[in-house]
Design a protein around this ligand. Structure first.
Ligand code: 8X3
Length: 252
């Protein structure tokens, strides 16, 4: 098994992030726990028994990302897995009725934040000829749906960015993987619906969604495969979720 040295997980205080932190910590990896809220990061870190570093910054603020990454101490600079997990969806209104601030926030975190973090971490991986960028994409990047607009587009960006960066990394031994989860029961919908708990709960009602640990399983599997194996992408849905027909407008 390929054992990572040091894993940086963005958005680590969320449901996915905590599942990833737990799994990599169980492997004995050093973990860099990123979050925006210092208190939440401190609570997560206090439960870990592996070497851990807290990286507190807002992924929507490129300068803050750079400053935080530059301050990582030498003993945590051997990052060989970056899990770009921070991100989310805001709103499900039709495109022409959406809130532009929501659109900007999704672009800032899902796209710009991920790109900046990747750009800061990659050079050291390339010099070390060892590393793995694992991006958390979404089925939304492959399959559009009403109200998905910028969220779907941001995840399509993440997919193509992952593949194109992989092309650039030919010859460096650095791996890139895009994990594309479908419906997973997390705080994702609560955030999308801005705290409307009933609406968020309804998304997962009377079905069997995936859990964050299902996605952690895939992330850790990819990260621990032998160094000569690169999983380009994995799309994962619950068995209860599949595809619908294309919509056709019919005239009266
Ligand atoms: C989450 C999957 O279908 O809610 O990325 O957009 S979906």
């Amino acid at each position: 098994m390929h054992k990572p040295n040091c894993v940086l997980i963005t958005g680590a205080t969320g449901d996915f992030g905590r599942a990833f932190v737990d799994r990599f910590a169980a492997l004995g990896c050093k973990v860099i726990v990123h979050g925006r809220d210092a208190k939440k990061v401190a609570a997560l870190v206090s439960a870990l028994s592996v070497p851990v570093y807290s990286l507190v910054c807002d992924m929507a603020d490129p300068k803050a990302i750079e400053t935080a990454v530059c301050a990582i101490p030498p003993e945590f600079q051997d990052i060989d897995v970056l899990v770009n997990n921070a991100g989310g969806a805001l709103g499900l209104e039709k495109a022409h009725e959406s809130n532009l601030d929501d659109w900007d926030a999704m672009i800032d975190i899902n796209v710009r934040g991920l790109v900046h973090m990747t750009r800061h971490i990659l050079p050291r991986m390339v010099s070390a000829k060892r590393g793995h960028i694992i991006n958390i994409g979404s089925t939304a990047g492959n399959w559009p749906y009403p109200g998905g607009h910028v969220y779907c587009a941001s995840k399509a960006f993440v997919r193509q960015f992952s593949l194109a960066v992989r092309a650039d990394l030919q010859g460096t031994s650095v791996r890139v993987t895009n994990i594309e989860p479908g419906m997973v029961e997390t705080q994702f919908s609560l955030a999308r619906f801005k705290g409307d708990a009933a609406r968020a709960k309804a998304v997962y009602a009377n079905t069997h969604p995936l859990s964050p640990s299902d996605i952690a399983e895939a992330v850790v599997w990819c990260a621990t495969l032998p160094a000569h194996v690169n999983v380009n992408s994995i799309e994962i849905m619950p068995t209860t979720q599949s595809f619908g027909p294309l919509a056709v407008e019919r005239f009266a």
